[in-house]
Design a protein around this ligand. Structure first.
Ligand SMILES: Cc1cc2nc3c(=O)[nH]c(=O)nc-3n(C[C@H](O)[C@H](O)[C@H](O)COP(=O)(O)OP(=O)(O)OC[C@H]3O[C@@H](n4cnc5c(N)ncnc54)[C@H](O)[C@@H]3O)c2cc1C
Length: 469
């Protein structure tokens, strides 16, 4: 490796990070008809709005825009805690340093859709919900509603995954091994660590149970491998997976083998035991087959304790519904994620006909993606319009299918850019909406192609234009 070049890159990384921080901090504040930059005062009633949407992400912005498009006189308010929007989709390509991408490709200003569509935006954090009184409590004060839409996305569940870790240790992990699965500054932090790394391995841990965008850790491994190859960094990308499951598995494995040789290593059945961020070491237990079978024909496994020195750690913790869902008190699934129980094939919650949910928190059998959140947002708009007009929304009771309700792309290669994709057809069963996935191959018999990479960029441009223009 050329040390002078790496040193130069490190210096560059520091100045880029500094620019990144000031870009976010200096972005124009969102227009906020009821935004009050007053000291925290959760008891003061700020205003009442017909429809209040919690979360200015993929689901929430789609609902707000869709309602105003249907009827410009509707009084819609979005409550969002972040100053600016940071996109998770396509962000792995930023880590891969694909051509023409910079932070500006991912950070958007809320003022634009607010003025284009005329919904309100309150920049504040939701800290409580009183459904009986129809109130949302924020750090800035109370907002009353007729109809509430919950679109707050996910939270990390470090506490459940690492019950013996102290608060300080969890904070240290968040700082030094960012998950980068939630909009905010974590992607920037991870990017800074990668740009500053010397030779060595990058370790990515996969969450257990349901989690946001199941292909994301594997796309990230591909993009980091592409980055290391391009920058002549000697090392491997090691994926520690608690199961053997890989979303779009055959397609990723094909790309890893053909593009990165043995530089992407997937290790299955690994449970993280400890992380020493000072010593840059992760310890884990891997279940390995003994080669013997039990009476039912299943592999007999043994446990091996292992540890690995890393240069950069992307510890993606287990996921759960954002704490706003708990605040609302709506019924949820009993697993550790806690998805919102829905009213049949609907985006109305089972618990409260005046409360809807969209995005990654919904309890339907459809994949948690930005594309799905947008699709759900449109369905939710239809239902709310019916309710406001005093009409009953007819839930589809027979099986109905929507082809490719979700299309999710993953970049796997650079120079040439290549990507893989999965499509999900959605179907209503009468009680729940389900999604069935298909990972297509191209005419050359390969999963990845340059055409799919072009479609990835087109998809991203299109969805962001839809949300922000
Ligand atoms: C690396 C990565 C790659 C991905 N790639 C794709 C892809 O290629 N295609 C795809 O379709 N999807 C992709 N996804 C998934 C996609 O990002 C999510 O499924 C999508 O963001 C879900 O939308 P949402 O509205 O539920 O949540 P979000 O978009 O996360 O929005 C939730 C919003 O609520 C706000 N909020 C949370 N709590 C509060 C509070 N207490 N008060 C006020 N505001 C609050 C948050 O700040 C946030 O803005 C990817 C995700 C990741 C991490």
């Amino acid at each position: 490796m050329n040390m002078n070049r790496r040193d130069a890159i490190k210096l560059g990384a520091i100045s880029v990070a500094a620019v990144a921080v000031s870009t976010v901090a200096n972005a124009a504040p969102a227009a906020a008809p009821v935004a009050v930059a007053a000291p925290a005062c959760e008891k003061r009633v700020l205003a009442k709005h017909q429809i209040v949407v919690i979360g200015g992400g993929f689901g929430g912005l789609t609902v707000a825009k869709g309602l105003k498009k249907k009827d410009s006189k509707l009084d819609v308010l979005v409550i969002e805690k972040n100053d600016t929007f940071m996109s998770c989709p396509f962000s792995n390509s930023y880590l891969g340093k694909l051509e023409g991408l910079n932070l500006g490709t991912f950070v958007f200003d809320y003022a634009q859709p607010v003025s284009a569509h005329g919904y309100g935006m309150l920049k504040s954090e939701v800290i409580g919900i009183n459904r009986e009184a129809k109130e949302v409590h924020t750090a800035a004060g109370i907002v009353e509603y007729d109809i509430l839409v919950l679109a707050p996305g996910i939270d990390y569940d470090y506490e459940n995954q690492f019950p013996t870790f102290s608060k300080e240790k969890i904070a240290d992990l968040q700082r030094n091994a960012p998950g980068a699965l939630i909009p905010g500054s974590e992607h920037v932090a991870l990017d800074r660590m990668l740009k500053g790394m010397d030779d060595g391995d990058v370790v990515i841990t996969v969450p257990k149970g349901k989690f946001r965008c199941p292909p994301a850790p594997f796309e990230r491994a591909s993009m980091i491998a592409a980055f290391m190859k391009k920058e002549d960094i000697s090392g491997k990308v090691i994926i520690l997976n608690p199961t053997a499951e890989i979303a779009k598995g055959a397609a990723f494995k094909e790309a890893w083998k053909e593009l990165y040789g043995d530089n992407v290593v997937h290790m299955d059945f690994c449970t993280i035991d400890d992380v020493d961020t000072a010593g840059k070491t992760i310890s884990f237990t891997q279940k390995i087959s003994t080669g013997k079978k039990d009476a039912d024909g299943f592999d007999i496994m043994k446990e091996e304790k292992k540890s690995h020195k890393y240069a950069v750690l992307n510890l993606i913790p287990n996921n759960k519904s954002n704490s706003v869902i708990k605040m609302s008190g709506v019924e949820t699934t009993s697993d550790s994620f806690g998805k919102v129980l829905m009213n049949g094939c609907s985006f109305q919650t089972k618990t409260d006909k005046n409360v809807y949910a969209v995005g990654d928190v919904v309890g339907h059998g459809i994949p948690p993606s930005g594309q799905t959140a947008v699709w759900a947002g449109h369905q939710c708009v239809e239902e709310i319009i019916h309710q406001l007009q005093g009409k009953t929304y007819e839930l589809p009771v027979k099986t109905t299918t929507v082809n490719a309700g979700n299309v999710c792309y993953s970049m796997v290669g650079d120079k040439p850019e290549e990507a893989i994709m999965v499509t999900h057809d959605f179907s209503w069963t009468g009680t729940v909406i389900n999604g069935k996935g298909n990972v297509p191959k191209g005419p050359d018999g390969k999963f990845r192609s340059t055409a799919t990479a072009k479609a990835t960029r087109d998809w991203y441009r299109g969805i962001m234009a839809d949300l922000f223009s």
